[in-house]
Design a protein around this ligand. Structure first.
Ligand code: MSP
Length: 630
């Protein structure tokens, strides 16, 4: 029977559209889930949305819609985003679903009945954006230590969860399970900063707003959003329902992947909830770092740097975005996201190293062997080295993935790509092709390259979702794409027909140019008679002066031979008035007059350029003023 593997991402707040930082965690979880599936595990990969709480209620109010309408709209966008990123989640849980809410109520009641939850009065500080309670000593300069925003004093009747009762058990558990919190540094932070100073009982209900799951035996209370949210990991499996096969099969989770700021909830509150429910604890909580922008800024609408992630996909391709997210930042550390870095990675690693390796290989097999992969001929030292590199890299990929070192796993795959490119330089197939007596060496080189590319394509599957398929199309591969098939060199069948296709990755400067070309194509086309309606005429500037009270406008007097006109033009920044006098320019002569700064303008002067350089269109002196431009 297959071994199970249960992996989760945090469930996201649908308080606004998600950004590239949120994609980082989900893409990483997706790569791990895909890897485990390829390794033969029966994988359950869960993600979802955390839809209750004061923050959402406030946002909905501001948008003048009901909280449910508010979240429905954003959640559909989140689901679409995961589709656009090829996220392979097996389920998507919303905390507003019945299957979740009913079970949260049951859990709350159970904990209450067994004495782990009790009623009291809460007075303390609350950060609404983080939905977190803080003690005075935890605040930094009186503000939320996580987000730096103002906290509110809340005082209300509340239910409390006895965290303190479980403190010693938790510390013992953490000591006995050194891998439970990863990376190591996060574990020390939790123990020293949060657990050792002493756990206070946690306020787990609120009464001052109602967008939450009501406590069924005391409905003026709604369940604290974190207690509600954390439970998703078991409600999605059918815990406490008649339909709990998934729960029996998949719980405990193998991996909760979370951002560093919410490790606290996952390694203190969540384990204690599970202990109180007498359930086994997840095997690991991994706290990854944050993606920051342009050298350290947080990402988000409130920071003025929000870009819908789909824009990056459209601009650079899905696999370039996935590759960047997975490759650039050592998993666990904070990482910097810039488009420039993405472009560099994509051009260097994907277009140059990988893309060229494939296109050169396919082109050479087409040229030298009529497109059919030849049999291996004579093998030598270079072949041995290439094979050794492959074997070593596969071990490294697996070791790195087991340690969740995703970026290093990709580095290992690229060690093969680099070695294969070097192999081409060493064996110089173009020279072998000129010498009939070395045909068997040329055959070897071509087979080795095609087979190496097959192995690379297999290994890329957890990370890049489109590229492997594209490689198979060009390499003519229809089988031997299972993970274990990467470990046997020589599975590619002799005679396989290769076929050159498009470049795997375009260099990104080219992409931008193409987009511009396409944009040009999209410009509305007009017919000649439309153009005829616009009367362009040559005009000679007779006088020019600044318009009073304006730092942009110049008032011009122009001559069209038989008439004189006054034109107000935004040219002050680009010309001294006297520079214009005497010039013959082009104007639109049949434009309806308009008033600028109270002065009538009878036409406009044509000019070109933007930014710092703008110049009027000058007409050759031989052309008479008043002439039509056609
Ligand atoms: N709803 C809670 C999680 C409940 S889990 C039971 C929550 N939601 S969130 O939408 O604010 O954040 C979800 C995840 O996105 C968190 O793990 C958070 O660390 C992660 N990220 C938010 N911004 C991020 C970056 N800039 N970079 C990387 N991850 C980021 O917290």
């Amino acid at each position: 029977m297959k071994e199970k593997y249960y992996i989760t991402t945090p469930i996201y707040y649908p308080s606004g559209n998600l950004h590239i930082g949120h994609c980082y965690c989900t893409v990483a979880a997706d790569a791990i889930a895909r890897y485990k599936r390829l390794k033969g595990y029966d994988v359950m990969f869960l993600t979802g949305t955390d839809e209750h709480g004061q923050k959402i209620q406030d946002k909905a109010k501001a948008a003048n819609v009901t909280p449910q309408e508010y979240v429905d709209n954003i959640v559909s966008g989140i689901k679409q985003l995961w589709k656009d990123l090829d996220i392979s989640n097996d389920d998507f849980i919303r905390t507003t679903e019945e299957r979740h809410m009913e079970v949260v109520q049951k859990i709350f009641r159970k904990l209450y009945e067994q004495g782990d939850i009790y009623k009291g009065e809460y007075e303390g500080k609350y950060c609404t954006p983080c939905e977190s309670f803080w003690t005075d000593t935890q605040l930094v300069d009186g503000k939320c230590p996580d987000c730096g925003r103002e906290v509110k004093l809340v005082k209300e009747e509340s239910y409390f969860f006895k965290l303190s009762k479980y403190q010693d058990r938790l510390v013992k558990y953490l000591e006995e399970h050194p891998d439970f919190i990863q990376p190591e540094s996060r574990k020390n932070e939790m123990i020293n900063n949060f657990i050792k100073p002493g756990l206070e009982d946690l306020c787990v209900s609120r009464t001052t707003f109602d967008w939450g799951i009501p406590v069924d035996f005391d409905p003026k209370h709604v369940v604290y959003v974190w207690l509600d949210a954390l439970t998703n990991y078991i409600t999605a499996l059918g815990y406490m329902t008649d339909n709990d096969e998934k729960f029996k099969k998949f719980w405990p989770a193998d991996l909760h992947l979370v951002g560093k700021e919410i490790v606290r909830f996952h390694t203190i509150i969540w384990p204690i909830m599970l202990m109180a429910l007498d359930l086994p604890l997840p095997k690991q909580v991994f706290g990854h770092g944050w993606l920051v922008i342009n050298g350290g800024q947080k990402i988000g609408k409130s920071f003025g740097n929000y870009v819908p992630p789909q824009e990056y996909i459209e601009k650079y391709s899905l696999d370039a975005v996935r590759y960047f997210l997975l490759r650039e930042v050592p998993f666990g550390s904070d990482g910097n996201f810039t488009e420039e870095a993405l472009v560099n990675r994509s051009n260097a690693d994907l277009a140059n190293d990988l893309g060229n390796l494939l296109s050169r290989t396919v082109a050479m097999i087409e040229k030298y062997f009529a497109g059919e992969v030849p049999a291996i001929g004579k093998e030598g030292e270079y072949e041995k080295e290439l094979k050794d590199t492959i074997q070593k890299a596969i071990c490294e990929v697996e070791n790195n993935m087991d340690k969740l070192e995703i970026s290093k796993a990709l580095e290992s795959i690229w060690s093969i790509v680099t070695r294969a490119n070097k192999y081409i330089d060493e064996t110089t197939p173009w020279a072998l092709a000129k010498d009939d007596s070395r045909k068997d060496e040329l055959q070897t080189v071509m087979y080795y390259l095609a087979e190496t590319l097959r192995i690379i394509s297999v290994l890329l599957q957890p990370f890049l979702t489109r590229t492997p398929q594209k490689m198979w199309e060009q390499l003519g591969i229809h089988n031997h794409t299972a993970w274990e098939d990467a470990k046997t060199f020589g599975l590619l069948e002799v005679g396989t027909k290769v076929k050159k296709g498009e470049n795997l990755f375009q260099r990104i400067d080219e992409v931008k140019v193409t987009v511009k070309e396409e944009e040009k194509d999209k410009e509305e086309k007009i017919t000649i008679d439309y153009l005829d309606k616009v009367k362009l005429k040559v005009a000679k500037i007779l006088e020019a002066e600044k318009v009073e009270g304006s730092d942009k406008l110049l008032k011009l007097k122009v001559s069209l031979k038989n008439e004189e006109r006054q034109i107000v033009a935004g040219l002050q920044k680009y010309y001294k008035p006297e520079e214009l006098v005497g010039k013959k320019v082009v104007i639109v002569a049949n434009l309806k007059p308009a008033k600028l700064k109270g002065i009538e303008s009878q036409g406009i002067v044509l000019a070109a350029g933007d930014g710092d350089i703008v110049k009027v269109l000058i007409v050759d002196d031989e052309v008479e003023e008043g002439e039509l431009v056609h």
